[in-house]
Design a protein around this ligand. Structure first.
Ligand SMILES: [Fe+2]
Ligand SMILES: [Fe+2]
Length: 274
């Protein structure tokens, strides 16, 4: 029997599956709403989800998901971040890796109940099975077990479906699209409202790349101005700014590592400097 959802592995390890949240906030025929609350370092122990569910972050959100197979994945769910899981993930646990409380509502849709082994894997995530992890480097796709292959999914984000998350610099908000918690690299959309900007000269701890989608965004000392279609590259350590959005500007922003050496003075929240 295949074990893509890890129930067999959990039994072999003598793991007793736990409930998926701390407490049920509301339940009716349609939904079961859980509160998930984790203090820094706390864990929701191994569990599995039998229904599709949405998770809405109410705070914190830098967590680690570890599957029963030992695969680990960092999550970044700032306040307001909403995710919908439409397939059965392997048995997993969730640990708050940040220094602040993680609080979320998890809404299960009771009309659909998954059966392990037959249930689809989530389309929005890419959990790795142990079989996939154990595949030797250079092993071709054809050599991978079918179970492992089925665990890899492409990820598509419709950015219009994401909410802009305000940062602690007035007029700046973002939609984070991808992050590598190990390296600090990221890809996101940032929006500067007209008249806002980065108030001080500064340098980044990695290379920064931007593609201007709309607006007019100017670097005041040099006059360098991004307009739609402009690609901007700012090498690691290069001092630049302050800046001003002469028009409300939306930029695709890519960093190949950490954004800043230390938290800049214009942010009051460490998470904004990531
Ligand atoms: Fe979970
Ligand atoms: Fe900058």
């Amino acid at each position: 029997m295949s074990d893509i959802h890890g129930l067999k592995r959990a039994a072999e390890r003598g793991v007793t599956l736990r409930q998926i949240g701390n407490r049920i906030v509301l339940e009716n025929d349609h939904v079961r709403v859980w509160e998930v609350k984790l203090e820094p370092g706390q864990t929701i122990d191994f569990h599995i989800h039998y229904h599709p569910y949405a998770v809405i972050s109410l705070g914190g959100g830098e967590n680690e998901v570890e599957t029963i197979f030992g695969d680990k994945r960092d999550t970044y769910e700032p306040t307001g971040h909403t995710v919908f899981i439409d397939g059965m993930r392997p048995v997993h646990k969730l640990t708050n890796k940040s220094k602040v409380t993680y609080l979320a509502r998890l809404v299960e849709l009771k009309h659909i109940t998954w059966t392990p082994e037959e249930a689809p894997l989530p389309s929005a995530e890419a959990p790795k099975t142990e079989a996939a992890k154990a595949e030797p480097a250079g092993g071709g796709a054809a050599a991978m077990p079918a179970d492992a292959m089925s665990a890899f999914k492409e990820i598509l984000i419709q950015t219009a479906d994401l909410e802009w998350a305000a940062k602690s610099l007035a007029g700046l908000s973002q939609k984070m699209l991808w992050r590598n918690e190990e390296t600090g690299a990221s890809i996101g959309l940032v929006k500067f409202e007209q008249g806002s900007g980065v108030p001080e000269a500064h340098a980044h701890a990695s290379n920064q790349f931007m593609f201007c989608l709309s607006g007019k965004y100017r670097y005041i000392p040099t006059g360098t101005t991004l307009t739609p279609g402009c690609f901007y590259w700012n090498p690691k350590g290069s001092v630049h700014g302050p800046t001003i959005a002469e028009e409300t500007s939306i930029l695709l922003e890519i960093y190949d590592g950490p954004h800043y050496p230390v938290r800049p003075t214009w942010y009051t929240d460490d998470a904004d400097a990531h």
